[in-house]
Design a binder for this molecule. Structure first.
Ligand code: F3S
Length: 64
């Protein structure tokens, strides 16, 4: 499982990191760091919660 980050859509709400701070890393200004995120086994639930928490739909979960 992987999370695709569309950094251009991120507005720094930080809700993703509030759900799963170990998965969603933010920069010093509170914006998500660029790059796809590999989700470790057992982390699927918090990853999914973080993705769904983003009001800007900047995060997308993919199985491949
Ligand atoms: Fe950005 Fe959405 Fe997280 S706006 S900081 S990706 S909740």
């Amino acid at each position: 499982m992987r999370i695709i980050v569309q950094k251009a859509k991120c507005q720094g709400h930080a809700r993703c990191a509030a759900q799963a701070p170990d998965i969603f890393k933010l920069d010093d200004d509170g914006y998500i760091l660029l790059g796809d995120i590999e989700v470790a086994e057992g982390e699927e639930l918090p990853a999914s919660r973080g993705v769904r928490s983003c009001p800007e739909r900047a995060l997308e979960l993919t199985r491949c």
